[in-house]
Design a protein around this ligand. Structure first.
Ligand code: IPE
Length: 285
């Protein structure tokens, strides 16, 4: 709330922000369930239901507003890569794939909603294109009002990585991380938490280098020093370094930005309780 004065925007916008921030309890947390945690990334449309349900249970420990973002995992990346959807429109044959990926990520979204609702989180779906416009794969307009209105009703908005209309590319891929960045910028949450399939950010790829070390506090300099292995293929939503740049930007807009291992039971809940689970804390600046 202290930072509201930095916004000089129109009245409706300001009101939507202040409404979103006037809730009681622990304040607002935005959390991403990475696609590699809630799906089996190598097998088309394989949902890791047990993991998602456990994470939903851990998330219910938060006594305040929640916005959840989830990745697409194998419900999005496999077809998107095969048909080069991240490059935008190339030929007609891609359009059916656009429809299939949209359908698949919605199927995943429904399964995530069910897991959350069963954990007593009143989850409602907000597809990215309902709140944002895109050009060249970047956001040109983001309206947080829909998220704010849902939260005013004590509902928990859930958005996700998706294939979206794009003003120059005709369509493009919006990652969950991009939504995290916009949400942090507009809603200024108390914390932004990324649930990944590794303990945090390492000095090099821990799956390939035994001497890779977990970075406990990550700043811009540390990002520059990270060695990205040749074989670490960028997925359709970009390279690891690009993702870390986004996290640095997110850290500017919240009190705490962390990446933790969502595969390890208890880490998310521990972070929500303001303890210090094994993780990487991303520092602003
Ligand atoms: C990807 O979103 C969206 C599509 C491929 C349609 P993310 O980049 O956020 O997904 P994960 O977390 O890497 O799976």
């Amino acid at each position: 709330m202290a930072r509201l004065d930095v916004f000089i925007m129109d009245e409706a916008y300001r009101q939507s922000i202040s409404e979103a921030m006037s809730v009681s309890g622990d304040g607002l947390v935005i959390v991403k369930f990475g696609g590699s945690v809630i799906t089996n990334k190598d097998r088309l449309r394989e949902f890791r239901e047990d993991v998602c349900r456990r994470l939903a249970g851990e998330l219910s420990a938060w006594n305040g507003d929640i916005v959840l973002v989830h990745g697409a995992g194998s419900f999005g990346h496999i077809l998107a890569r095969q048909h080069r959807l991240h490059e935008g429109f190339r030929d007609e044959s891609q359009l059916k794939q656009v429809a299939l990926v949209q359908r698949d990520v919605r199927e995943l979204n429904v399964r995530v909603l069910e897991a959350l609702i069963d954990s007593d989180i009143r989850a409602v779906s907000v597809p990215p294109a309902a709140a944002a416009s895109f050009r060249d794969g970047s956001v040109t307009r983001f309206d947080p009002a829909l998220f704010s209105k849902m939260m005013n009703l004590c509902l928990a908005p859930v958005t996700f990585g998706d294939v979206v209309p794009d003003e120059s590319m005709r369509f493009s891929i919006c990652s969950g991380d991009l939504m995290m960045q916009e949400l942090a910028r507009h809603l200024r949450p108390k914390a932004a938490i990324f649930c990944a399939d590794v303990d945090g950010v390492f000095t090099s790829d821990p799956r390939q280098n035994a001497d890779a070390e977990l970075i406990s506090e990550l700043d811009r300099e540390a990002v520059q020093r990270i060695k990205q292995s040749e074989s670490t293929r960028a997925d359709v939503t970009g390279s690891i370094k690009g993702k870390l740049e986004r996290m640095l930007a997110i850290a500017e807009n919240c009190e705490k930005c962390i990446i933790l291992n969502g595969d390890v039971p208890g880490r998310l809940e521990s972070a929500l309780r303001d303890e210090e689970p094994l993780s990487t804390k991303v520092l602003p600046g």
